[in-house]
Design a protein around this ligand. Structure first.
Ligand code: PHB
Length: 390
């Protein structure tokens, strides 16, 4: 009798043990945010983490009865590390969503884990067109390089720029930028006279810029990832390229709002195309920029921040729509087709491609109240990723 009681209580204890963590787990909703917090891409991590925390501060940390837990891990932008962290987060932490991904190789390295574990992977930064095709569980809230590059290739020849040299970081987004800019410029009667590629890691722009000076194109088109723009600008000006009559143009990554103010007046007049500017003149963006600055010692949100902020929105709304009961597939379904106003302007997650459809703006660097901004002067509405049309 005593034995049976003991046995019964042991069984009860085990059942309690087994169910206790399960209950705690059930009431939590975990977002595994993997970002480069150190190294060459650290500004991307800093911006996205700050934006995710702002979104949570503004919208609460309980949604559909679940307590949201944000787990932030630094992948130092090394794809093998990203993959290992994603695996640990899925297996050990049992995260409901994977998010972040500062560079394309990190997003691609994680794709098989998202697929195998049926975990939605919200890409908040990386911008090579093909990323969304690497897993049916990927949803993107950043942008694509073809989206941005094509708009500039339409603008350039109408503004006296016919001969262009391209200079891009030699990996996915750079190759996309080079290809789609060249195709559209050529279609519009312009010409890319030389296509230069610089290494992603520790690039030395000097020899490439010297070559551009000798080639004397109407403009130099640049793509470098967020964080590298200031170095390009500095060397471009030091070599007197602007004085030699060569215009600097590019996707907005080069006049990154995170660094723009430190680039100095030499950046004035540079025209770029992109989906977000800190100076976007909507009431929603003004509120966003102000709140972001207040929470982060005056820091300006850049296009990475807005990708992180909107990514959190997509996750929160999917959790609401599934009333807190959804697994990966239900969450993913609720992410597809979301349409809303972002600080960047209107945006939409295309249900077919899971990629972002958004306005692309042409902007020029101007000074306002003593600060440098990318001031929008034209807009191409509802741009789908041109890379998906093929
Ligand atoms: C990318 O690696 O996909 C990437 C990184 C930074 C950017 C754009 C694209 O600014």
């Amino acid at each position: 009798m005593q034995n049976r009681t003991l046995l019964a209580s042991a069984v009860l204890a085990m059942a309690t043990l087994a169910s206790a963590p399960a209950t705690a787990q059930d009431n939590k909703f975990k977002i595994g945010l993997i970002l480069p917090m150190t190294g060459q891409q650290a500004t991307t991590g800093r911006q996205i983490e700050a934006a995710a925390r702002l979104y949570m501060a503004q919208n609460g940390d309980t949604v559909a009865g679940k307590k949201i837990e944000l787990i932030v891990k630094d992948d130092t932008s090394v794809p093998d590390v990203t993959k290992r962290l994603a695996q640990e987060m899925v297996v050990n932490d049992k995260v409901n969503v994977l998010a972040g991904f500062g560079i394309t190789p990190s997003a691609l390295a994680t794709a098989p884990i998202a697929t195998q574990s049926k975990t939605p992977q919200v890409v908040m930064a990386a911008a090579t067109s093909s990323i969304t095709e690497a897993s049916p569980y990927i949803v993107r809230t950043s942008f694509t390089l073809p989206q941005a590059a094509v708009a500039l290739a339409d603008w350039a020849p109408k503004n006296g720029i016919k001969k262009v040299v391209t200079l891009v970081s030699d990996y996915g987004p750079g190759i996309d930028a080079e290809k789609y800019f060249k195709e559209r410029l050529t279609f519009n009667g312009g010409q890319v006279t030389e296509a230069l590629r610089v290494p992603l890691r520790n690039p030395d722009f000097a020899p490439f810029l010297q070559k551009v000076r000798d080639l004397k194109p109407d403009a130099l088109f640049v793509f470098v990832p967020s964080g590298a723009g200031a170095a390009v600008m500095k060397q471009f000006l030091e070599r007197g390229m602007d004085k030699a009559g060569i215009k600097l143009i590019g996707t907005g990554d080069v006049t990154d709002d995170d660094q723009l103010n430190d680039m100095g007046d030499g950046a004035l007049g540079v025209v770029t195309s992109h989906h977000y500017s800190t100076a976007h003149p909507s009431p929603l963006n003004k509120k966003f920029v102000e709140a972001f600055g207040k929470a982060n010692k005056g820091m300006r949100p850049n296009f990475m921040a807005v990708g992180g902020y909107d990514g959190m929105r997509v996750i929160y709304e999917a959790l609401k729509a599934t009333k807190g009961n959804g697994g990966g597939d239900a969450l993913l379904a609720a992410m597809k087709g979301q349409i809303f106003e972002s600080p960047r302007g209107p945006m939409f997650i295309d249900a077919q491609t899971r990629d972002v459809v958004q306005n692309i703006y042409l902007r020029k660097v101007e000074k306002k109240d003593g600060q440098l901004y990318n001031v929008e002067f034209d807009v191409i509405k509802d741009v789908k990723d041109p890379g998906k049309a093929k």
